[in-house]
Design a protein around this ligand. Sequence first.
Ligand code: FE2
Length: 290
Amino acid sequence: MKPTPPVSLADLVELEAFPIHDPASPRYTAVVDGARSDLRAEGCAVLSGFVRAEAIELLNEEVLERKKATHYSTQVINPYFHTAVNPDYPSDHPVNTFLERTSGFIPGDAWDQDSATDMLFRSPEVAGFVADCLEIPALYCYDDPLARLVTNVCDPGQQLTWHFDTNEFTVTVLVQPADEGGMFEYAPNIRSADNEGFDAIAEVLAGGRRGVRTLDLRPGDLQIFMGRFSMHRVTRVGEKSRPRHTTILAYTPEPGVIGRVERTRQLFGRVLPAHEHAEQERVRADALLD
Ligand SMILES: [Fe+2]
């Protein structure tokens, strides 16, 4: 096995532009203020060149080494992750508009603790910085052994179709862009807590471009995205393109969070004893409360 090169935070993150090790610095405050205003306005902040170019090469090598661990699944879903027709709505309604989604995930247990990818994820400075951008007190590494640190793989011909996220925010690093296709697109705040926005959503699902933004993400860009109200997708990767690799750093506002058994099986095709155990604990906790 080849040795892993030693890495420190300064090897991974462009600290001059993003001094996450020095939250008291004026530069840190300026970067956080910029991200906050982008998140408030559009639900999306891109920190361009956050991960250093040399480190991104290392991160991509680590993805390639683990690519055989990718779990792929193809579903035909509506933007709300449902797969079944709802007879209460007309056939051309967003609820009944189903598009293909192929997701490939390299799971959390594929990353060893001394990998640069894992080191980036576990860096308290990164979690603290993202929490500041999101204006929340603290963030913790998601405790789920499969979902905590994941690389999304879009191979040639694959796409993540239009959808909303169930989680409030997602933190991703683009590790390898596609040569053709594989663009991140989003419709900022196309719905809100009190307005489903079905008409605007139907227009976008039918190919409309009104209000749709396309991001030209580069390797090393850190993206903080609030996908609850902004419908988004990754366009189909070209048949002759390189695959697109995006690493998802999963953080939670509370420590010790673990995913549900059913959802875990959907995403990764398996569950671990930790998931079963957490599910039993939930049942016990519920029984006590009753
Ligand atoms: Fe999403």
